[in-house]
Design a protein around this ligand. Structure first.
Ligand SMILES: C[S@@+](CC[C@H](N)C(=O)[O-])C[C@H]1O[C@@H](n2cnc3c(N)ncnc32)[C@H](O)[C@@H]1O
Length: 221
């Protein structure tokens, strides 16, 4: 079983490196229904502890990378986080400090937890669908940490978000690939998104076999 999964991870690596391999695998793999789920599902999942694993050591590795890149690219700058959940990344980023942080999440439960621990004069949370929420301000960095796949039309969604970036602003995006089918779905999202952006930095982080996280810092073209 483990060997079969290892082989699938190697196939996914091949798909990432060679577009014809990806095209072949995308053609023969069973398409996944879209990840988007109703707000009520997120409430149930946060209340049942489904997402508690996000506070673990493994997830802390990707949080550390995103927090460090944020500080190097826009030291002390303003941050918008889409799909901020309970504010785990906000907690990691505030150690280095920021001028202002706004976190948006569709789950009221997650936002209430984040607010209770982290809200202050520089730190604000909004409960709502980031696809429709009105954002008046502009930010130096927009972070989408394990959430882009929940938006229908991720390419168009990111293009709209460009309007919330300061000139010279940067997007930080992390997406996990949890199995071959999930990985192919995430590769398709990257293929949709990358033509509109220049890649400033990118890295893959792998935990034994799965997940494989891809983290990219992007500049709108
Ligand atoms: C997999 S969790 C990741 C949480 C956190 N960013 C992290 O990396 O630990 C995805 C998050 O996206 C949020 N989300 C999903 N769809 C959303 C939407 N349309 N608008 C805002 N947040 C959304 C969920 O409520 C959830 O908190």
């Amino acid at each position: 079983m483990v060997d079969r999964e290892r082989l699938k991870a190697v196939l996914l690596h091949g798909a990432r490196q060679f577009p014809p391999v990806e095209q072949l695998l995308q053609r023969i793999s069973k398409k996944r229904p879209h990840d988007r789920v109703d707000a009520s599902v997120w409430e149930d999942q946060y209340n049942s502890g489904h997402w508690d694993f996000l506070t673990g050591m493994t997830e802390a590795a990707r949080h550390a990378i995103v927090a460090e890149w944020r500080e190097r690219l826009k030291p002390g700058g303003s941050v918008l986080e889409i799909g901020c959940g309970t504010g785990l990344l906000c907690r990691a980023m505030r150690r280095a400090g920021y001028e202002r942080y706004v976190g948006v999440d569709i789950s009221q439960t997650a936002i209430v937890r984040a607010e209770a621990e982290l809200a202050d004069a520089q730190t604000r949370f909004i409960a709502g669908d980031a696809a429709t929420v009105a954002l008046e301000e502009r930010f130096d960095i927009i972070v989408i940490n394990e959430a882009l796949n929940y938006f229908v039309g991720p390419g168009a969604f990111l293009r709209r978000l460009h309007g919330s970036l300061q000139p010279g602003g940067v997007l930080l995006i992390s997406m996990a690939e949890c199995n071959l089918r999930d990985g192919l779905a995430k590769l398709a999202i990257w293929r949709e998104v990358l033509p509109d952006h220049a890649v400033i930095e990118e890295v893959s982080l792998q935990r034994e076999i799965w997940p494989i996280w891809t983290i990219r810092a992007l500049k709108p073209l």
